[in-house]
Write a protein that binds this ligand. Structure first.
Ligand code: SF4
Length: 388
């Protein structure tokens, strides 16, 4: 709503259309690569007057190729990669007992909110990039060489449910990895203006190697997806006796995973920045003891993102969550650990999670953006030169 646009502290509600830049890149003969986030495939049908359609992602891949995209990859692949790296980062922090609770960092709305409001927790944020930026980095650094194209000639278009992702792509720490971010609404505009009826476009698979994903990776599109994926990776290394989840209140869920030797790892999944404040304040005053926190700025996670079709209310978001569940359910791979193209990326380039090269390519930094209050500024008298 207009009020949200005016007051949004995260920049997530900045409306900007980037289709012109994509058209320009096409005219210039750039090597256009697309990549699509999980939540887009749960909502695009609303804009196009289609019934829900579990293979809509494949239709979009075919459409994009028909208008000149050279490759189309799945951001869910990068979600597997991010979960894998982030789970190892969490395990290391648990072992060392430092920088806990670990906060997820793939929501740029939340990251900017933390930079403004909770700089004291910036060291607790996972340093792993978001799936959008991780895949951008991989494509420009490794894939460009594989296909013999100068990274400067690649124009990488990210299709997102999120307006804050436009800001993320322009962060100084991440600039140059992704060239344009278009939202679900902009994608539907592109489809309509191209004269295609998406219903009649046969689905084709995403390109390899970054087109394969697990159920976990696809789940990044809704609340709980990142935490669930990290837990799935941990389950392959730590044996849990029992995992229990309870809803503390709407938008806040607590999970306790008990290991064979009785150790309890607890995680909070929260959506909405009001809820996030409550959670952080409880952590600060010691009422809540937790090891890992997943934060998504939008209600129900990315399916409720600022770039999604209107209306974007609870009823619609619930429906999108159901559709995404169906899409997730038909994926044959369950855990990021089963994504063999993701694992071979480590074999070929990244060596192992948290290696020097993984840090260089997949990790990032944050900055303190806290506003200084007038009353916190001390005005000192000008120095007076003493008479000699
Ligand atoms: Fe963007 Fe998803 Fe975060 Fe919303 S929850 S700001 S859509 S990344």
């Amino acid at each position: 709503c207009g009020q949200c646009v005016a007051h949004c502290p995260t920049g997530a509600l900045t409306f900007r259309n980037d289709l012109q830049n994509v058209y320009k890149a096409m005219e210039e003969g750039k090597y256009i690569i697309g990549m699509m986030a999980p939540a887009v495939r749960a909502s695009i049908q609303e804009e196009l007057g289609m019934e829900e359609d579990v293979v809509v992602a494949g239709r979009i891949v075919n459409f994009l190729k028909s208008i000149g995209f050279k490759k189309v990859f799945d951001v869910a692949f990068a979600a597997d990669l991010v979960a894998y790296e982030e789970a190892h980062e969490f395990k290391e922090r648990l072992e060392k007992g430092e920088k806990l609770p670990q906060f997820t960092s793939c929501c740029p709305g939340w990251v900017k909110f933390a930079e403004h409001n909770y700089p004291e927790y910036l060291n607790n944020l996972s340093t792993v990039k978001s799936p959008q930026q991780a895949l951008g980095s991989i494509i420009k650094k490794f894939y460009a060489k594989e296909i013999g194209v100068n990274p400067e000639d690649i124009y990488l278009v990210s299709i997102m449910p999120c307006t804050a992702k436009k800001f993320e792509a322009e962060r100084e720490e991440l600039a140059g990895e992704v060239d344009a971010v278009i939202t679900t609404r902009e994608l539907s505009q592109l489809i309509r203006s191209s004269g295609f009826n998406l219903k009649n476009v046969p689905p084709v698979p995403f390109d390899r190697p970054y087109g394969l994903s697990s159920q976990s990776g696809l789940s990044f599109g809704k609340t709980g997806g990142v935490f669930g994926s990290v837990l799935k990776v941990l389950e392959s290394e730590i044996e849990f006796d029992d995992i229990k989840t309870e809803e503390i209140e709407k938008g806040i869920r607590l999970t306790k995973a008990t290991t064979k030797d009785g150790k309890v790892i607890s995680g909070i999944v929260v959506f909405g920045l009001g809820n996030t404040r409550k959670v952080i304040d409880s952590i600060k005053n010691g009422k809540l003891k937790v090891d890992i926190v997943e934060v998504m700025a939008c209600d129900y996670g990315c399916i409720g993102g600022g770039g999604q079709p209107y209306p974007n209310d609870t009823r619609v978001r619930t429906k999108r969550a159901e559709i995404l569940n169906e899409v997730v359910g038909i994926d044959v791979l369950i855990s990021p650990n089963e994504n063999y193209h993701m694992l071979s990326l480590y074999e070929k380039y990244l060596e192992k999670p948290l290696s020097h090269i993984s840090h260089e390519v997949l990790h990032t930094t944050y900055r303190n953006r806290k506003r200084i209050n007038d009353e916190d500024i001390e005005i000192l008298p000008l120095p007076v030169e003493e008479d000699k």
